[in-house]
Ligand binder design. Structure first.
Ligand SMILES: [Zn+2]
Length: 598
């Protein structure tokens, strides 16, 4: 999945499992029409053509979600002007469930369905348009026959302005702007960019990689060259883990938008789509997200938990394995960056410490429970915990395997082995597959206890004991910090309280959201750095000291008496142990370089 660094979209309920079957349809052809004219309405027109044998009802559905984006989106919500014809005559239709249309053919022949699809959601799993650009995902718009095999071939043609580009991971089908897929899973896993944007290609390890970025000029010049340089370094380090690059051409598809408050990307089998604030250009987060998404082309798009094989599109597919599919992908993103020199070993351990911090800052949750709960986007802060905690669990397993095997095996062997023994055999991996592979790499060492305590269970990950085996030390710095307990929004003239933390100093003084701060102790609240000055002035005063706070409430000045309150802030640090044993140093070196001892 993509990691949403900003606020999650609203949730919708999953749709019910189907108990219905369409009449068979054949020769599926889709057409996407996006022009300056449809762009004005922020929509595209989708035409679906197929053959029917007779007059039996055809049931056509749209997916409720996009694999990788573990949330129910109900794309049928954005369908307008649904119409059906056969031989030029309109056919009747109705719905049988919220995302299924029932069409009644008049007899054998070709049926044509058209609808408009709203393209106004800036989200990598959705459709989004501007006057000269469209992102659309196949899950948004490609109908399938309900209750029938998804192993049907299909063609897609794109109708657009003559001088606009089309980029997709789909295979060309001969005619211009026409593409083909051999089954529905591939069809909906290859999003489209249509319009005006920057596009260039380079060969990496003998295969083509494309970078498409919108708007034109956003990722350009030295910043684009730097992005390419990083990609050309870390991609070979990722290919090295599996020993194979399972694509013909890989497409990195990027949208930069001022209105987007972070970075989020969604993986596919031979592409990914990222949406970013332009502030991330030149920031190390951009290659980091890119390395994460590209690693998914092995881990989750191919090597996948059995409970997501095959994907089904009409209901959610919870799995306890996102800590592997997402968390270990995140670990390998860090590894690829350090192994290829995009970051140095100091930055690598800083990323590791940052993940430990993220885990410590939210309520305790087991990796399996956090994975399963992804679909309901927990509101207690743990909705993304399977990323950092899964990454750390992967690192601990890597060290344990290296320690148990005399640094002759690593987590790389587990990933590469499972890729061969499950994905290449046409199936997903089970719990037994995973733990047998981990144990085998570790020379038979059992991991049932590790699983019970740290993966299924909620015990704190044993950083100190396991890091020591790799010559690393985790330390925790605790500091007491004075806190008012509010979030504010302000300009040069006013500073307004947006939210008050329950039980905080401000709450104890009777302060409320909506109060306009005037003075906090001796600090004028209109000073842009009032909070920093407050911490400097009162950070060493005794807890409970009463200080005066003045607010403006409903136009009146109100004086409050606020007791100083402190919270304990903890900061994780990971460092290299200069006194580590030679065996531990070899393990550390192996992790950082992607090597094992012979
Ligand atoms: Zn991911």
């Amino acid at each position: 999945m993509r990691r949403l660094l900003t606020v999650l979209a609203a949730l919708a309920l999953p749709t019910a499992a189907p108990a219905q079957q369409s009449a068979p349809i054949t020769d599926l052809r889709y057409q996407l029409t996006f022009t300056s004219a449809t762009a004005q309405a922020r929509s595209l027109t989708v035409t679906t053509r197929f053959q029917v044998d007779g007059a039996a009802p055809v049931l056509l559905s749209l997916p409720s979600w996009t694999p990788g984006a573990y949330e129910i989106s109900n794309f049928a919500r954005r369908v307008n002007q649904f119409a059906v014809t056969e031989g030029g005559a309109a056919l009747p239709w109705d719905k049988t469930d919220p995302d299924t249309w029932r069409v009644r053919p008049s007899g054998r022949g070709e049926v044509t369905i058209t609808f408009d699809f709203q393209a106004d959601q800036l989200d990598n799993a959705m459709a989004w348009s501007q006057s000269d650009f469209l992102l659309v995902n196949g899950t948004n718009v490609f109908l399938y026959a309900e209750g029938r095999s998804l192993d049907f071939p299909a063609r897609v043609s794109v109708s657009t302005e003559a001088d606009w580009r089309v980029t997709t991971g789909m295979s060309p089908a001969g005619a211009p702007r026409t593409y083909q897929a051999s089954n529905y899973h591939d069809l909906v896993d290859m999003p489209f960019f249509i319009g005006k944007y920057d596009l260039d290609s380079n060969q990496v390890e003998g295969k083509w990689v494309r970078v498409a970025s919108y708007p034109a000029g956003a990722l350009a010049g030295a910043a684009r060259a730097e992005f390419w340089t990083d990609l050309e370094r870390f991609l070979p380090a990722e290919i090295a883990v599996f020993g194979v690059a399972p694509y013909t051409t890989y497409s990195t598809m990027m949208i930069f938008s001022d209105g987007y408050g972070g970075g989020s990307a969604l993986e596919h089998q031979n592409s990914h789509v990222g949406v970013y604030t332009p502030m991330l250009i030149g920031n190390p987060v951009l290659p980091s997200i890119t390395a994460h998404e590209i690693f998914h082309l092995w881990n989750v798009k191919r090597l996948r938990p059995a409970d997501m094989v095959p994907y089904t599109y009409d209901h959610w597919m919870p799995t306890p394995w996102l800590w592997v599919s997402e968390g270990i992908t995140d670990y390998y993103a860090d590894l690829a960056l350090v192994r290829s020199g995009v970051i140095d070993s100091t930055q690598f351990v800083e990323l590791t410490a940052g993940k430990m911090q993220e885990v410590a800052d939210v309520p305790v949750v087991s990796l399996e429970d956090a994975s399963i709960s992804a679909w309901i986007a927990m509101t207690n802060g743990t909705s993304d915990t399977y990323y950092p905690k899964g990454s750390l669990a992967g690192m601990l397993l890597d060290i344990e395997i290296r320690a148990a095997s005399g640094n002759r095996r690593s987590l790389d062997d587990v990933m590469r082995g499972l890729y061969g023994s499950t994905y290449l055999k046409g199936r997903g991996f089970t719990s037994k597959d995973w733990w047998d592979a981990v144990s085998a790499a570790a020379g038979g060492q059992p991991f049932g206890d590790f699983n019970a305590r740290y993966i299924d269970g909620r015990e704190p990950l044993p950083y100190a004991a396991i890091f020591a085996k790799a010559g690393m030390v985790a330390s925790l710095d605790s500091t007491r910090v004075v806190r008012v307990g509010i979030s504010t929004r302000g300009d040069s003239a006013t500073e307004t309280v947006q939210a008050v933390t329950p039980g905080s100093a401000f709450a104890s003084a009777g302060g409320r959201a909506g109060d306009e701060l005037v003075r906090v102790g001796e600090i004028e609240a209109t000073d842009g750095n009032w909070a920093g000055k407050f911490r400097a002035r009162y950070g060493f005063s005794p807890e409970g000291t009463i200080i005066p706070v003045t607010v403006r409430r409903a136009g009146q000045l109100v004086n409050l008496q606020m007791p100083l309150k402190f919270i304990t802030m903890t900061t994780y640090r990971v460092t290299f142990d200069g006194t580590a044993s030679p065996a531990a140093v070899r393990i550390r070196h192996g992790i950082l370089t992607g090597t094992v001892d012979q």
